[in-house]
Design a protein around this ligand. Structure first.
Ligand SMILES: [Zn+2]
Length: 212
């Protein structure tokens, strides 16, 4: 059951927004909390069949809702999204959305669209948001992102071509940043932060080898 922000919680508990748990608890705990919130929200938002409009029931055997009237079964929705850090020597491509906290830049991200491969989603987002192309796409891990039901698939890639240009709406600034002069990153515990920190560590190790 989902609590409303006005609901009382027992004395020794404190209500926290799911986002506030990022970086505060480990990946496993965050995974359980994400799962609980997404499943509860799924039940709340799918009480009626989307096909025929009658009341649906929770399935007794799996996380799904059934419509006895028309036979439809619906499952909790997951929306895959890609996030990619493009490297160009000791620089990486970062952008900022107007929704970010002031000064924060992140890797390029966006949702996978129906009918699209993950690889194509990366290529399209880079083209749409920044006007660049990349090659050598490498999978770097994933993170449940339950706001409200995304799954972030993280990648690194190598710059291939194009000059950075932005649309000014989804992305308000973008550019190449040197590993030793990075702008503020998204919160600790996010896959975006991890991609950026790993890039900085790799670049630092390279420059250490050069100067040593
Ligand atoms: Zn139905």
């Amino acid at each position: 059951m989902l609590l409303d922000s006005n609901d009382a919680v027992p004395g020794r508990f404190e209500p926290l927004d799911l986002r506030e748990l990022i970086g505060l608890v480990g990946d496993e705990e965050l995974g359980w909390a994400s799962r609980a919130v997404q499943l509860a929200a799924f039940d709340r938002d799918h009480r009626f069949c989307g096909r025929c409009g009658r009341a649906s029931q929770p399935s007794p055997v799996e996380h799904a809702r059934l419509c006895e009237a028309c036979g439809a079964t619906v499952y909790p929705r997951l929306s895959p999204a890609v996030i990619v850090l493009v490297e160009r020597g000791d620089m990486c491509l970062l952008a900022r959305s107007p929704r970010f906290p002031p000064g924060v830049f992140s890797a390029i991200a966006g949702f996978v669209e129906p009918g699209e491969t993950v690889e194509h989603a990366v290529e399209r987002e880079l083209a749409e948001e920044c006007g660049v192309t990349a090659t050598d796409l490498r999978y770097a891990g994933s993170q449940p992102w339950p706001f409200p039901h995304s799954l972030m698939l993280g990648f690194t890639a190598t710059y291939a071509g194009g000059e950075v240009r932005i649309d000014g709406t989804e992305v308000e600034a973008a550019g190449w940043f040197a590993a030793d002069a990075l702008p503020p990153s998204p919160s600790a515990g996010t896959i975006a932060r991890r991609l950026i920190e790993e890039f900085a560590a790799r670049a630092g190790a390279r420059s250490g080898r050069r100067s040593g």
